[in-house]
Design a protein around this ligand. Structure first.
Ligand SMILES: [Zn+2]
Length: 144
């Protein structure tokens, strides 16, 4: 089991995104809500991209979204991903509005479709990093 372990590039938290990564570690995908104009944004910034207000509040996402677009990756972008292929990269429209790049949990590629409903599933990678992934919401009907 102790073969060659190739580390994947993982995100590192900086000042703006620290609360975001902490949120994921505790099982929540945090979105920034602008208290002035109501705009909701996904990746953390110091100001609202709509009205430049800094009056932003972090609130957990509902975890519901739909597929805006997707792509199944058959060729690993690097050796660290060799064991993962094939996998699906998703462009997800969150219920709250923001669009984010994510990846599919599982390999049910035939079920992928535009506007298909998704459910957030936060996957713990290590002690520091948990990543927001999604699974097809229809899977819930099949699992008992
Ligand atoms: Zn705003």
């Amino acid at each position: 089991m102790n073969g060659l372990v190739i580390e994947k590039p993982l995100p590192t938290a900086d000042g703006d995104s620290q609360a975001f990564w902490e949120g994921l570690r505790s099982g929540r995908l945090l979105l920034q809500h602008c208290a002035d104009c109501g705009h909701v944004q996904y990746y953390q910034q110091r100001i609202c991209r709509q009205c430049q207000s800094d009056n932003l509040q972090l609130k957990p996402a509902s975890g519901k979204g739909t597929i805006h677009s997707y792509s199944v990756v058959y060729r690993a972008p690097g050796p660290a991903f060799k064991d993962d292929v094939p996998y699906a990269v998703l462009l997800v429209d969150l219920e709250e509005g923001p669009r984010m790049v994510s990846s599919l949990v599982g390999k049910d590629f035939d079920a992928l479709d535009f506007d298909a409903p998704l459910t957030l599933k936060i996957i713990q990678i290590n002690d520091e990093v948990s990543l927001p992934c999604f699974e097809l919401a229809i899977n819930e009907l099949h699992s008992s």
